[in-house]
Design a protein around this ligand. Structure first.
Ligand SMILES: *Cc1c(COP(=O)(O)O)cnc(C)c1O
Length: 371
């Protein structure tokens, strides 16, 4: 018998939810594909990373700080929280830092969810919501959406019961790229019971140029049960450093901060995030690049008659047919994109907006794989 298959008593009494937990499937690392197929040239458009890279100022700041890493970071993240508070027009007491916004989502689950209560989210929203929910033994109420696989807010409203403690909403949504308008989200907030925490995950907010897209951080005074998560992983180009944060009522932030690991954001991460926040030119360039890339890729797909889901994020979800098979062929070409069968979308691939040459490469490879 293989050592991995041997059962032993310590595995018979796991915490609720853990035994059947399905792990998160990340984008395939470039090195892994290079190793597996002996390929040298590999492009990765699978994890919605910023193709322009981090702000040079963030890199410079990290260089300056390298010799300081023998010290613990400031566990309270004083300067970064102050800068974020200024950016959002809130107090520093309303900010909770996380090791990526994923960490913050886990903190929410640990504070508000437990066996016997429920979290509501869309079937077509971020894969971390079911994991965070199940990991603390709470029940997931998964809500379908008929239009473009996003969120059906009316159905989500109806799914809220006396047991519901948290609603997770991604805006813009991942893996589809669609967004909820200010009016739609306001209506939802007006109808949700005030004892339910609504977590609006705005990981892609910086990319959105649509005028009716809401910055929900502005509504927290009006709705103390609203909380917004943001990240430095996407438009700020710092995915490898792991920094995200929540903006919430200070009472909620206080609770999140109690369960947070005392040093959950590293010294380099805090300094780089602070420098990146101060480099709005880089952010603007990133957003502009994304608008151009998104438009270019959408046009190519529409020329070929391949349906896409209208996206305001830094990725485009394309209906290619048998996405698993096409993904395998793309991998053989050295092109890593994201199949999203695990979201119940077996006919779509999600493709990050890379550099112009990466997008051209993807389009060439896809043409070949579809032939
Ligand atoms: C990428 C992403 C995140 C960010 O994750 P980090 O942990 O901050 O890197 C959060 N929510 C959604 C919807 C995402 O797509």
């Amino acid at each position: 018998m293989n050592a991995d298959t041997v059962m032993f008593p310590a595995l018979e009494t796991l915490a609720p939810g853990i035994g059947s937990l399905q792990p998160y499937i990340p984008g395939k690392p470039i090195e892994e594909l290079q190793r597996e197929l002996g390929l040298r040239e590999v492009i990765k458009l699978a994890s919605n990373e910023n193709p322009l890279g981090p702000s040079p100022r963030a890199v410079e700041r990290m260089r300056e700080c390298l010799s300081e890493v023998y010290r613990y970071p400031d566990g309270s993240g004083f300067r970064l929280r102050a800068a974020l508070a200024a950016r959002h027009g809130v107090t520093a007491a309303q900010i909770t830092l996380g090791n990526g916004s994923n960490d913050v989502l886990d903190l929410v689950a640990r504070v508000f969810l437990y066996p016997g209560v429920e979290a509501v989210f869309s079937r077509y929203a971020f894969a971390v919501y079911p994991i965070a929910t199940q990991a603390v033994g709470a029940r997931a109420r998964v809500v379908d959406a008929s239009i473009d696989y996003g969120h059906d807010l009316e159905a989500m409203s109806q799914a809220v019961t006396d047991h519901t403690r948290v609603v997770f909403i991604a805006n813009p949504n991942n893996p589809t790229g669609g967004y909820l308008s200010s009016a739609a989200l306001q209506t939802f907030m007006q109808h949700v019971p005030p004892r339910v925490m609504v977590v609006v995950d705005e990981a892609y907010a910086e990319y959105v140029v649509a005028p009716d897209y809401p910055d929900a951080t502005a509504w927290i005074t009006e709705y103390p049960n609203l909380m917004v998560t943001r990240t430095f992983s996407k438009a700020f180009g710092l995915a490898g450093l792991r920094v995200g944060y929540a903006v919430s009522h200070s009472r909620v932030a206080d609770l999140l901060n109690r369960v947070r690991q005392p040093f959950n954001t590293s010294l380099l991460a805090q300094e780089a995030a602070l420098a990146a926040l101060g480099d709005l030119d880089h952010l603007q360039r990133s957003v502009l690049h994304n608008c151009q890339g998104l438009r270019w890729l959408s046009e190519r797909m529409s020329e070929w008659g391949l349906p896409v889901i209208a996206s305001v994020g830094n990725f485009l979800t394309i209906e290619v047919g048998d996405a698993m098979a096409i993904n395998e062929r793309l991998l053989a070409c050295g092109c890593i994109v994201r199949p999203i069968g695990n979201y119940g979308m077996p006919r779509h691939l999600r493709v990050s907006i890379g550099t112009a040459s990466e997008l051209e490469q993807f389009v060439r490879d896809l043409r070949q794989c579809l032939a």
